[in-house]
Design a protein around this ligand. Structure first.
Ligand code: ADP
Length: 371
């Protein structure tokens, strides 16, 4: 999805891909195959490039530090990226910065978890500190033995250390998306609402409907504090919980997690904002002046296509066009697997109910739903 933006800006992308049939390899001409851990692979990738950046967090920090030491511009830096790689590192640092987080603790024994459960109403959320995504590595538990397998794996070194968080009674999930240049310029897109099903994002509404102006200001202030406090360069997505205020004031926000790259919560910007998150990420990591993040429409809804019963979601393109020629389809060229994110649809307009219905209908057609 970064390719059209790079093409428009006259930039050459070279992308390291895991396989010659991966999504990126289908659209980026210069796409060497390799794994970032293999010796010399990242050095070769960065050879002659102005900047090295990421579309996921799973790149070893030591390699990035070594590249930076050799003069390669790495954005975001390894020092910033660690906070998107390890949830214990992230929670410790945000707590030190005074950024609002759920109550949390690192736990290395079932006894420590039991004590946390007892002091937090008997249920809590246990997470692996790294390696999780899309809800894998997150379990709601009411007893420590529900994660005894994770404790065993952490103890023998085959799994990640664990942390526990209070189970936040959130009213909904929000995301604040910002972009920051090395020279410090920072812009925010409107705060969005995101809906997760089984830990996977299914829908995003931009801007978040009915968001209290004070809550929006808090969300933006949190995102800015994180970007500046951690020295993030490029796009930063801050996933948030909106929590009702017990005293009846505007809802508060707590940080759930961070992504330092274009993120699913920002896919709406491709069609719904003057500057997409992909263009903005390129601008930011190259330290070019940032584009206007304003929305192009009153509402944009992004609906993910999670799995399909069709042999390939492109089979539904005629049906989508017949149903709604204004629905903007984005398919990733991925092999079909149950529940896999295969693409998304953006729909913009003035009437939120209509926009949401249209986005859901188009995504349903691409999933092969007939009802
Ligand atoms: P991942 O790294 O897999 O995306 P997250 O930490 O974002 O995992 O958690 C996935 C989902 O689990 C969240 O979107 C939210 O719906 C739920 N969740 C995570 N942490 C908590 C918490 N402390 N309280 C309540 N729900 C949570």
């Amino acid at each position: 999805m970064m390719t059209p933006a790079a093409t428009a800006l006259g930039l050459h992308l070279r992308v390291l891909v895991e396989s010659a049939t991966s999504s990126a390899a289908q659209v980026v001409v210069d796409s060497p195959v390799g794994m970032p851990r293999e010796p010399g692979v990242l050095e070769q990738l960065a050879e002659g490039a102005d900047v090295l950046t990421f579309e996921h967090e799973h790149v070893p920090n030591s390699v990035l530090d070594a590249l930076a030491a050799r003069g390669v511009a790495v954005h975001p830096s390894a020092g910033a990226l660690r906070h998107a790689q390890d949830k214990i590192v992230m929670r410790s640092r945000l707590t030190a910065l005074g950024v609002p987080c759920p109550e949390w603790a690192p736990v290395s024994t079932e006894l420590e978890l039991t004590e946390f459960l007892e002091s937090h109403g008997g249920s809590a959320v246990v997470k692996t500190s790294h390696g999780g995504y899309d809800g894998k590595g997150v379990r709601v538990v009411s007893s420590a033995d529900e994660v005894s397998d994770w404790f065993a794996a952490a103890a023998d070194g085959s799994g990640a250390p664990l942390l526990v968080e209070e189970r936040v009674p959130f009213s909904r999930e929000l995301a604040a998306l910002v972009a920051r240049r090395p020279s410090g310029e920072l812009v925010c897109w409107p705060v969005v609402e995101s809906v997760q099903v089984d830990g996977v994002c299914s829908e995003v509404t931009a801007p978040a409907p009915g968001l209290h102006p004070a809550t929006e200001a808090r969300a933006e202030a949190v995102a800015r504090a994180v970007a500046e406090g951690l020295g993030v360069t490029g796009v930063l997505a801050v996933e948030l919980f909106e929590v009702p205020d017990e005293a009846g004031g505007p809802p508060r926000v707590l940080v759930n997690e961070l992504a330092m790259r274009p993120h699913n919560s920002g896919h709406w910007t491709i069609d719904g904002a003057v500057t997409s998150q992909f263009e903005q990420h390129l601008r930011a990591v190259l330290d070019l002046p940032l584009g206007d993040p304003s929305p192009r429409a009153r509402w944009t809804v992004m609906a993910n296509v999670l799995g399909t019963s069709l042999p390939d979601p492109t089979a539904a393109l005629p049906a989508v066009a017949a149903a709604d020629a204004g629905a903007k389809v984005h398919l990733y060229g991925k092999e079909v697997r149950a529940g896999r994110k295969l693409g998304h649809v953006n729909v913009s307009g003035d009437d939120l109910d209509d926009v949401r219905d249209r986005a859901r209908r188009a995504a349903a057609l691409l999933r092969g739903d007939t009802a």
